[in-house]
Design a protein around this ligand. Structure first.
Ligand code: MG
Length: 360
């Protein structure tokens, strides 16, 4: 057996039939030598964690700016929480845990500074050029082109399946691990934002206790009227994990999904909540939109960020010689180069460049 293949088969033995097998990887874009000691996704995990794009996540807004306090989530801590949830679920469902971990770790690598507002602004700035900006697609661009720790090629040269799994916002996804990471993302941010929102006095625990999902999560908690914030997060994540696991198992059973190709022929997602629980989940989401995400206190710094991005976009379109030599290939349009450069910035760095350009 070839080097690297033995270890793939060793780990694949423990996986469910519908999991993506290490031995089935289609490989990487650039030539590489298999590692006899690690599966392809164990290697990919290291490549992602060691990339500068990953480290920059700590300076990017999740909901509130990283510089506004030491305890609110930033995009890096959010990513680590998504990964933790995704791994637990992957192991429970006997999916490929290393693969799920890579998808979770890389899911927000393309996220611009200033949160969702930053993403919206870049998209609007590209519109007149007939182009769009979307953070999932940008995550693919980051790992394919912008991180460059190797001399002989651009990008992290990740396994083909990770690039495929990063394609999101579709009705169905090619791997169950990708579906799982999508839900893990939602569970992670909604539960964490309960804690951050309570700490920031955006809403009160008594308001949350009126929501069906919170009532269910704290059903057996004697101290629910006084529950510590981390306990609330634990209870919500625990409930969501149980609900998701139970409903995914039911879907697998009812739809007779045994193999990966059974999974891939599905017209509806498999790793999803039941309709009933999804209703409670959406109600919680609506609550957070109203009382947290869409409040002036959260939106103000993001609006300033939108102005920074718009000014910088105009500045670099007029002064392309000021762009760092990112070694784009010549086919990349100027507007895309500018968007790529801005998307990679942390909040702090964007503001610094903005001030240096005489815009602040
Ligand atoms: Mg996310």
């Amino acid at each position: 057996m070839n080097d690297g293949h033995l270890i793939n088969h060793l780990f694949d033995e423990n996986l469910a039939n519908y999991a993506f097998k290490n031995a089935d990887t289609k490989g990487r874009m650039h030539p590489f030598v298999a590692d006899p000691l690690r599966t392809p996704y164990q290697r990919d995990r290291s490549r992602i964690i060691h990339s500068s794009a990953f480290r920059r996540l700590k300076g990017k807004t999740q909901v509130v700016p990283p510089e506004s306090g030491d305890h609110a989530r930033n995009r890096l801590t959010h990513t680590l929480e998504v990964t933790s949830i995704a791994r637990d679920l992957a192991r429970l469902l006997r999916l490929n845990e290393d693969f799920a971990e890579c998808l979770a770790l890389s899911h927000d690598l393309g996220h611009p500074p200033f949160g969702h507002a930053g993403e919206k602004t870049l998209n609007e700035l590209l519109k007149p050029y007939g182009k769009t900006f979307e953070h999932n697609e940008q995550s693919r661009r980051v790992v394919m082109f912008f991180s460059r720790p190797y001399l002989d090629h651009t990008g992290l040269n990740l396994s083909h399946e990770i690039l495929e799994g990063l394609k999101k916002h579709k009705k169905t996804l090619p791997y169950m691990e990708a579906e799982l990471v999508d839900v893990a993302d939602e569970i992670a941010y909604l539960s964490a934002d309960l804690e951050d929102g309570l700490r920031g006095n955006f809403f009160m625990l008594s308001q949350l206790l009126e929501l069906p999902l919170i009532q269910k999560a704290l059903e057996n908690d004697k101290n629910k009227d006084n529950v510590p914030r981390p306990q609330l997060v634990r209870a919500v994540i625990g409930l969501c994990l149980r609900e998701l696991y139970t409903h995914a198992q039911l879907n697998l059973h009812e739809r007779k999904i045994i193999t990966l190709s059974d999974f891939q022929s599905q017209k509806e997602r498999v790793v999803v909540f039941s309709d009933a629980f999804n209703k409670d989940f959406l109600e919680l989401k609506r609550f957070l939109y109203k009382h947290y995400y869409k409040t002036p206190k959260v939106e103000a710094p993001n609006q300033k960020g939108q102005q920074i991005l718009a000014d910088l976009f105009a500045y670099f379109m007029e002064n392309p010689q000021k762009l760092p030599k990112l070694r784009f290939d010549e086919k990349t349009s100027l507007e895309r180069q500018v968007a790529d450069y801005l998307a990679g910035m942390t909040n702090r760095y964007a503001e610094e460049v903005w001030e240096r350009a005489g815009k602040g």
